[in-house]
Ligand binder design. Sequence first.
Ligand SMILES: Nc1ncnc2c1ncn2[C@@H]1O[C@H](COP(=O)(O)OP(=O)(O)O)[C@@H](O)[C@H]1O
Ligand SMILES: [Mg+2]
Length: 277
Amino acid sequence: MTVKISVLGRKGGVGKTTIAKTLADGCAKQGLSTLLIDADGQGNASTGMKINKHDAFYQLIMEDAEWNDVIMQVPSEHLETDKLFLVSASDAQMRVENYHPSVPGDLTITDRIYQRFAELDGAFDVVVVDTSPSINQVNSALYYATDYALLPVLCEKDPILGLNSTINYLEEAERFGQESNIPAIQILGIIPNMYSRRETVQSTNLGYIRGRYHEYHTFDPIDKKTIWKQASQLAVSIYNVDTNMLERRDQKTAIKQFKPILDRVIQLAHAEVSDEQ
Ligand SMILES: Nc1ncnc2c1ncn2[C@@H]1O[C@H](COP(=O)(O)OP(=O)(O)O)[C@@H](O)[C@H]1O
Ligand SMILES: [Mg+2]
């Protein structure tokens, strides 16, 4: 089977795209066949992988395109893996987000996305979805079409309010799922990102998140480091930034801090494989 993960959050700039991209590349480098789906019309996950953004997601959902026709291989020369694939999104994503069936019997976006994502079962080991920060029906469809949510957050007031709201939506989806026997997404973990250890307000806020959401896993924070920005600018992941001596330490730290997230997903992917045997 296939482990499907959505990176979700009601706030821009908290690291959704960065985490989706790093996770997908990390899984691929571990030999897992991995599909990164860009579900944000800004197309940052696509351009962040050196792929020109285009409306593949739209074609898949609105024009019944075949997966094989919209999946692209991420150029392997920069990433040192040939296991990473991508579905892009661009401006027409808005039309998916705002579509409502007008003809009776026409499928809703939730149903379409659910059905199309079910077709991925067995085709990849891991699917990672990068999402947009808005409330829209693509994101709510992912509450049912994918299995796990990763929730990046900054340890600051507004992002925490965004996290609260995201978790409210997810819990609502879970209740709805239970009533209607559709398994809903599970929260795999909250990821405190761009953390500054020197700022006491951040550690207070981290404590707040851990306390309020103790029933969910909160990963150890990922520090704010230039290496993450460099990776975005070079359109590679942190694993492939060609660092000088000074930067190498930060790169090691970043990779080490991301490892528990990567390991958790790899563990889930391997568990899926052994379930089938
Ligand atoms: N831990 C980090 N330290 C420093 N910069 C980061 C970190 N994580 C992400 N960034 C940078 O922050 C910016 C926003 O991240 P991005 O992943 O695009 O957020 P989102 O997808 O939630 O809008 C990007 O320039 C990215 O490189
Ligand atoms: Mg983004």
